[in-house]
Write a protein that binds this ligand. Sequence first.
Ligand SMILES: NC(=O)c1ccc[n+]([C@@H]2O[C@H](COP(=O)([O-])OP(=O)(O)OC[C@H]3O[C@@H](n4cnc5c(N)ncnc54)[C@H](O)[C@@H]3O)[C@@H](O)[C@H]2O)c1
Length: 446
Amino acid sequence: MQIAVIGLGYVGLVTAACLARLGQTVRGLESDPSKVAALREGRAPFFEPGLQGALLEGSERLTFTTDAAAALDGAELVLICVGTPSRPTGEADLSAVNAVADAVADHIRSATVVALRSTVPVGTTELIEERLNERLRGRGWTEPVPVIANPEFLRTGRALDDFLRPSRVVLGRTELATDAQIQLLEALYRPLDAPIFVLNARSAELVKNAANTYLAMRISFVNELASLCEATGASVTAVLDGIAADPRIGSDYLRPGLGYGGSCLPKDVRSIIAQGEQHGESMPLARAIDEVNLRQAALAAERISAMMDRPLDGTRIALLGLAFKPDTDDIRDSPSITLARALSTRGATVVGCDPEAASGVAEQEPWIELARTPLEAARGADAVVLATEWPAYVTSDFAALAGVMRGDVLFDGRNALDRDRVEAAALRYGSVGSGLANAPRSSSPY
Ligand SMILES: NC(=O)c1ccc[n+]([C@@H]2O[C@H](COP(=O)([O-])OP(=O)(O)OC[C@H]3O[C@@H](n4cnc5c(N)ncnc54)[C@H](O)[C@@H]3O)[C@@H](O)[C@H]2O)c1
């Protein structure tokens, strides 16, 4: 099949590379010329495990352009993968999706099917379809072009694996879509060997919004529970072991920490709240999920201050990890950076390191002092924080860190460290929700 993939970010480029690897001919359309230049030189423009290799493997069937007419010429299928970030009101900003719909209407020259892979509010697929077809009619086009909702569920950091081995494929049809057009998409995804759900477009859009809100809910739940554990002297780790043993609950997305972040969960929770408002639903649970999450950075800053037994003003805090999670360079809504901001506004100097995200931080958050390694970051620090659980940071040489630090506090912001290893290095260990077990040698409650 001849496929145009529009928007070559974390979703679009992974989709393009994987489809080329599966034997499709893919043209990638991207508005950022620097990304296209990198791709034409054979370089992935961002870090995603396995992406560079997949691009090489699929290179014979994969081309990249900034020219919409060239990308869309002869495309039997168009996959829209552009971003849908939050507006200040919490609503999803659909301007990129609208612009792409217009470009498709202006440049297609033969019958095609459009699939909307971006995460969008309920009702968007139909609106985009209307917009696209109205513009096509203005060009004298008579054959309607359907837009099919086709949300993506991949996780950054595991994107290729998730794309190639998805838990499910969701196709949401509008009234315009014919059985043959749905079958075209089913045929595309059949090699992935995943259950395919064909729903109406609105239900498909809500599957994606609801899944992310539910995952965020588990994280906010466990963070709220962690605060209660601290207040009562319980250990959240022990409580979680007991909860997770219930097969109805399990352990995924139930690790306390700095809160959820990244380019999806925060914006999708805010979007579902805004969608509720628009449709007369007050969404009290979704609001609480967001509210709990927004507290996490301030709570962590207080925990660190309490462990040091002094205000943050004038301290030097080292953050190990700046990306929103390991195995990515994505710093959008990174909890680590939110914590850095909370520490900095309280007067601390923040120094950070990250194996992949440092250049993005230098560009977008230049107020964060950057170090190349954990050891360099820890030098002279009053406290070191594990802020992103990169495997290399989780297994740090804590004795070496202790040797160069000014203080002796190691705060585990991701509840990922081996407490015994940290304490064996004569560092005081603190984490989220470990209650009295965290008590330092002073009388501080942490
Ligand atoms: N990142 C994830 O883990 C993930 C997972 C599932 C779904 N999603 C959803 O997928 C969508 C894309 O997410 P992402 O993280 O890949 O975003 P991204 O910001 O990394 O990528 C979007 C790309 O689209 C390009 N673009 C914008 N307007 C364009 C236009 N008119 N023509 C061509 N290119 C254009 C941008 O330059 C950018 O490279 C979002 O709706 C997101 O919510 C993301």
